[in-house]
Design a protein. Structure first.
Length: 436
């Protein structure tokens, strides 16, 4: 007997066109594991319904007969069915207030919730993610924003030729455009007033790697963080390259105790023993890309007070754009006071009164804060995601949720990601109770 799996239509916003599984991978899963797939119809899905029909999937509005349902983003509360298993980015593990009602409903109905974000190996490394594609889209948008901002300042550059990530037909087309821009910078140079143009990238994980992949299409030259200040003061800095520097934890924070040495694990375990040292670098950056995971117990990279002091000077600060890919509201980048979308991806944060103005004009840094950047390159991100996810689908489909949680047979990587089981928070996630 074939086990039935549902795939939810994405409709959180008009930009969300991604899919958790592609037709090619559904064909493979159907043939190898006796699985049957039902998909809700969608007019905006990046892969048309017919492509799924051609591999044997059914297009059905009602997924109530599917014991397991996969999605990408949050599922509307009214669509949950008692006892069913749901697999998606639920965004509840930090107690996110805006999703607590959804979580409560799943618990009331005795559902199972598997959160992609918590699928990890024994070392805690995430296995199912769109992170790299957030970095790819985020860097494209940040370069676009920089080009627009400089134009507004009366400083034309080849960067103004770059478009929003979602305006390209494919990632390949975007990369070709940026490569052409890079050749112009190499041959014509940037205005001397911009040299050195430094892009700082906070973090070195998957998101950072995506951002660096795009930046490498330009004439990028990497420098160590400790050399950024000296480069900014050097008269020999080239206007035909874009300087890249990647910040690790030891560059972002320092021990509070005078004689203490930085230790990475100690910082993760006891962040209260450390303070930020990142403000020393920011004045020398033209673009800051935030690619780090952040929680309230960690120091911020950029505070509102720091920006007020930076922009108080008589001359225009070097910092033009902050690409906050991690996008935590008032988090590591405290001036990320709201989320944006692909249609209006940026705003200018006024450090003196805390107000924002959509677009690239005004006093203060331009902030990119799109909370679902991978949706801007939906085809490539979906193919990548599906290729990873398909390995776990058979086990999730076969698991019997009628047994005690200790006997719930799932690979360890997936079982660690079960937030709710038969309507109750699992042991690792009982802390969420206080947010409910």
């Amino acid at each position: 007997m074939r086990r039935r799996i549902g795939i939810r239509r994405e409709d959180k916003n008009p930009w969300e066109r991604r899919v958790p599984l592609t037709p090619e991978d559904i064909r493979e899963l159907s043939e190898r594991h006796q699985l049957e797939f039902w998909l809700q119809p969608s007019e905006i899905r990046i892969i048309p319904d017919q492509a799924y029909v051609e591999v044997g999937a059914k297009i059905e509005e009602d997924l109530s007969s599917c014991p397991v349902v996969f999605a990408v983003k949050e599922i509307p509360v009214g669509l949950f069915r008692a006892g069913s298993t749901y697999v998606f980015f639920a965004h509840v593990i930090k107690g996110q207030k805006y999703n607590m009602g959804m979580l409560r409903k799943m618990m009331e109905l005795g559902c199972q919730l598997i959160e992609y974000e918590k699928v990890a190996d024994d070392g805690g490394r995430r296995l199912i993610f769109f992170g790299k594609h957030a970095g790819l889209a985020g860097m494209i948008d940040a370069l676009w924003a920089l080009g627009q901002r400089l134009n507004w300042e009366g400083i034309p550059t080849p960067l103004a030729d770059i478009k929003h990530a979602y305006q390209y037909e494919s990632l390949e087309q975007a990369k070709a455009e940026i490569t052409r821009v890079g050749k112009k910078i190499s041959s014509q140079g940037l205005p001397e007033s911009l040299a050195p143009l430094v892009v700082g990238i906070a973090g070195y994980g998957h998101v950072s790697q995506g951002a660096q992949e795009i930046l490498s299409l330009l004439p990028a030259q990497e420098i160590a963080p400790e050399k950024v200040g000296k480069l900014a003061r050097a008269s020999s800095a080239s206007n035909r390259v874009i300087y890249k520097t990647v910040f690790r934890e030891e560059h972002m924070v320092e021990p509070i105790a005078p004689e203490a040495m930085f230790e990475l694990q100690d910082y993760y375990d006891h962040p209260e023993k450390y303070r930020t040292q990142f403000p020393a670098y920011v004045p020398h950056l033209t673009v800051l890309m935030n690619c780090i995971y952040w929680e309230e117990r960690y120091p911020r990279l950029v505070t509102k007070q720091f920006l007020k002091e930076l922009y108080r000077g008589s001359s225009r600060p070097r910092l033009r754009v902050i690409g906050d890919i991690s996008c935590d509201i008032e988090g590591a980048i405290e001036c990320t006071v709201k989320w944006t979308n692909p249609e209006k991806p940026i705003f200018v944060y006024n450090p003196f009164d805390g107000t924002t103005r959509d677009g690239h004009e005004g006093t203060g840094p331009v902030v990119l804060a799109v909370d679902n950047l991978p949706c801007e390159i939906p085809r490539e991100s979906s193919i990548y995601f599906s290729n990873i996810l398909k390995e776990f689908v058979p086990a999730i489909a076969a698991a019997d949720p009628s047994v005690h949680f200790s006997d719930y047979r799932l690979p360890a990587e997936i079982k660690r990601a079960v937030i709710v089981y038969k309507g109750e928070l699992t042991p690792d996630y009982r802390y969420i109770e206080r947010y409910l």
